[in-house]
Structures are given as C-alpha cells and as structure tokens.
Design a protein around this ligand. Structure first.
Ligand code: NAD
Length: 466
C-alpha cells in the first residue's frame, strides 16, 4: 500500500531523475485536519457581468462564514454585492501572492462572446495558484437554460474545467458546480467541500445543486445526533468512512461479514460506534439492518460500501464469480434499500450513498462482472433520486465512483497494472481511503439536501472514462 515511487520523487535526487526522464511528478496533496481552517490561503472571487446576483450573494455569505481571506477585482460586478453584504474584501490589483482558491461565477454568461469573461478572469492568475489549490466555476444547469445559446455556453464550462484540471498540476483540483435557479442557498456544503482540503483527490467533476430541503448544521459537527450505517466497515475505504462520519458527530453502525468480527469490533470500539455482523446478501439483511436502526430511532444515512472484485476475462469467467459480484455489489443494495423504504426505516432527511467505481463508468479489462455491478449502482442511484423527487421526499441518494485508491483491494493487483492505475490521472498518484470518506461525509450532511442523483468520481481525474 506504499507508493515508493511517489516517496522517491519527493527527494531532490528523485525530482531530478523524474524531470530528466519526463516521468510523472506527483505532488503531496493537502488533506483536511480537524481544527485547521477550511481554506488555508486566500480566495479570489469573480463573476461574469449581468443582472443575476444570486450566486454571488450566496458565495459572499458562505465565504464570510468560513472566515476566508477574500480578494476581488475592483471592477468586478460582485464587488458591490460583497460590500452591501458587509463582507470584508481586498482588492486584487497588484497582488502577486498566490491564491489557494479561484472561484468564478459564470451563471450570467449567456452567449459565446461573453465566454471571454471566463478567459479574462482566469488567464492573468493561471500561474498564481498555490499547490493543492482549487479552481471552481459555478454555472446554471444547461438542461434548464432558456435558449440553445445559453445551454451551449453553460455546457462549455465543463470542457474548460476539465482542461484546467489536467493543466494546472501541483495537486490543483478544478470543479464545476451547476446551481439550479432558486437553489443558491443550498450551495454551502458543496462550496465548503470543494474549497477545502477535504476534496484532495476529487478533480474534473461536475456537480448539480438542486432545490431540495437542507437542514442547518453546526459545521464543527455536522452529523451530530445522527445514526449512519456503513457496510464493509472493518477495513479499507469502509473503515475510513466510519471513522470520518464519527469524527463529524455521527453514531456509526459498522457492518461487515462475521469473518471480519475482530477488525470490525476494533474500528467500532475506537469510534464509539456499534457493530452489525451480517452478510448483505442474506435474505433477511434488510430486516436485520432495520431492527438495528430502529433501536437508535431510525437511519439518518446508509453508505453502501461493501464490495468485491473477482476479475477474469469473460471467456474464462466462472458463473459463480459473475453471480457473486452482481449479488454483493448490486442486487443486495437494491434489496436492502427497498426494505428500508417500505418499512419507513429512513428518517425525514436521510442520506443514501452508494460506492460505485470508475470501472462502472469506463468499463475495464477483466471486469465485466464488476463493471456491470458498478454501472448498475449508478442506474440505481439515478432512478431512485428521480423517484424521491417525484414523491416529494426529502431523502437524497448519490454515489461516489472511486478510481485507484490505496487499499488491500488495489494492493492485490499485479505491479505493472497497479503502477499504471496509480499514475494515469491528473494527480499522478493513487488516492487514499480518506479521500472517498470525505466525499461521502459531504453527501451525508443534513445540509446537502440540494444534492440528489450526483455521481462524483474520486479519482484524481483518472483518464479512464474521463
Ligand atoms: N480500492 C479501490 O481502488 C476502489 C476503487 C473503486 C471502487 N472501490 C469500491 O470501494 C468499496 C470498498 O473497497 P475497498 O478497497 O475498501 O475493499 P476491501 O476489500 O478492502 O473492503 C471491502 C469490505 O467489504 C466487506 N464485504 C464484502 N462482501 C461483503 C458482504 N457480502 N457483506 C458484508 N460485507 C462485505 C469486506 O469484508 C470488506 O471489509 C467497494 O465497493 C469497492 O468496489 C474501491
């Protein structure tokens, strides 16, 4: 699980060798630490000119609440918005220091000529972003734009952001947030996540923030008072999810197969959670989970993380391997969700998160079974999200799709394939379980009511399926 090459290129000799040979130079990534400021540096904010100030107003309030050091161009239309809101800002004129975060509100861009404002904001500061910095563009969902031309340019933002993610290097991540009209007040959890070190290994992603109902939280412990269940919690990504959700204040019911009892008890003990020994493919898995949850007043969230790989090319794949992967990774999730919905186990603002994979987006050699299951998970999330909206429920469902994450699962991959998997992304390194866990913590906060049906890759902008 150690990235020896990544460690070697941090030494001065290693750096020289890598540069001379044109090899990848992975930068150490900032990661969130409790007690630290969310944004460790300054923020440059700008907006395209236009009449709609709603996103700028919301951003001003959120950045102010985060105690961010904010810079603005004096000519920028949002200067007035920030000043009227009483938010302290500095002028960006003549500032040659680096920014940690660049945020551009592109929601007012309606035609291709106005796209030049995107260029004018980012071009002068393209070399002024700190390592592990963030580039964030905010727009309106193209499918909700009134004219073809507006939809066209708002969709164009995606190409810009994905390219910046590939160009900027040094662990700098770029994201696009589409905010539906009148959903501006749901931007808090997403802006906090993407501006902070919590999103270290998330880049090139497009997120839609809708008008669902969010609940106000204490940002120091946004999950305080909640009960969350995590499947596959004894090790790897699941263990990290359980630890992060507990850190955020949740009581975590840690579930894993009976064979993992010792490890599971260790994790649950350390986070003052509880354990549930269960094979999620068991016929009565739904009712056993329901019983455990109801003892704690229902579920505020479930993270379907448990999963397996059984790789073989299709021609060599035994039917047993096919069935096993489909049952654990896909069928069990659908069955458990159905049971929990039918028996009202989810509380009013419950959050469901499924763990998919970039293999489910791109497909992968030797993974017909796994990729089918993980693509199925995406289908399940999107269809359930739609149904929840249609039924007027406040429950949400989203998915993370990890890329190469350093765990026992990826440690078992042959060396050459493993090395390729690790480097084939904009960060030139594998992610850590904590990167997936932080992304899930963002989805499950009661404040993320505007996020429903999103599929976010935690893959350092992996080339697979990009
Ligand atoms: N590691 C990666 O790079 C990566 C990439 C993409 C997706 N994922 C997905 O992330 C999730 C976690 O992966 P990981 O790398 O931590 O794997 P892991 O093998 O280290 O952990 C998986 C956990 O799930 C549990 N589990 C398996 N079958 C179960 C069952 N039937 N009932 C209950 N628990 C069961 C295992 O006991 C184990 O504790 C999986 O869904 C995996 O497909 C991982």
């Amino acid at each position: 699980m150690t990235d020896r090459y990544g460690t070697f290129v941090q030494t001065s000799v290693g750096k020289k060798v890598a540069k001379n040979l044109g090899l990848p130079l992975p930068a150490p990534l900032d990661r969130f630490e409790s007690g630290q400021k969310l944004v460790r540096g300054s923020v440059l904010f700008g907006s395209a000119s236009g009449d709609d100030n709603r996103i700028a107003q919301s951003a001003a309030r959120i950045l102010d609440e985060m105690h961010a050091e904010i810079y603005l161009n004096e000519q920028d239309g949002s200067m007035q918005v920030f000043t009227e809101a009483g938010v302290e800002v500095k002028s960006s004129a003549g500032n040659e220091d680096k920014y940690k975060v660049l945020i551009f509100d592109a929601s007012n861009i309606t035609n291709s000529t106005e796209l030049e404002q995107l260029y004018e904001f980012f071009h002068p500061v393209a070399r002024q972003v700190e390592a592990s910095g963030r580039v964030i563009v905010i727009g309106r969902p193209p499918e909700q734009c009134e004219s073809i031309e507006t939809a066209m340019v708002q969709r164009g933002l995606e190409g810009f952001v994905r390219s910046v993610g590939k160009e900027f290097k040094k662990g700098i991540a770029a994201q696009l947030i589409y905010v539906e009209a009148d959903a501006e007040n749901n931007l808090d959890s997403t802006l906090r996540f993407f501006t902070s070190a919590r999103s270290a290994y998330v880049s090139g992603q497009v997120v839609r923030v809708g008008a669902g109902e969010s609940v106000e939280v204490d940002w120091k412990q946004p999950l305080a008072g909640t009960t969350m269940l995590v499947t596959g919690a004894s090790r790897g990504i699941g263990e990290s999810i359980a630890r992060v959700l507990a850190r955020e204040g949740a009581h975590v019911i840690c579930l894993d197969v009976p064979q993992q009892q010792a490890d599971l008890q260790k994790v649950a003990g350390q986070i003052s959670g509880s354990t549930l020994l269960l094979d999620i493919t068991a016929d009565d898995a739904g009712s056993i989970i329901a019983e455990a949850a109801q003892k704690r007043g229902g579920l505020d969230g479930i993270v379907h993380n448990a999963g397996v790989i059984r790789d073989k090319t299709l021609a060599k794949m035994d039917k047993k391997l096919w069935d096993m992967v489909i049952n654990i990774n896909l069928a069990s999730i659908a069955k458990i969700n159905n049971y929990l919905f039918e028996n009202d186990v989810f509380n009013e603002h419950a959050r469901i998160v499924c763990v998919s994979s970039i293999a489910g987006i791109a497909g992968n050699f030797g993974q017909t079974n796994y990729a089918t299951s993980k693509a199925g998970v995406i289908g399940l999330v999107q269809a359930t999200a739609k149904q929840l909206t249609n039924e007027g429920k406040k429950i949400t469902i989203n998915a993370v799709a990890p890329g190469f994450i350093e765990t026992q699962m990826t440690d078992s991959i042959p060396f050459a394939v493993r090395e390729a998997g690790r480097r084939m992304n904009s960060m030139s390194q594998g992610g850590l379980p904590i990167d997936v866990a932080e992304t899930i913590a963002w989805f499950v906060t009661p404040a993320s009511g505007g996020l429903n049906g999103n599929i976010v890759r935690v893959c350092g902008q992996n080339l697979l399926g990009a």
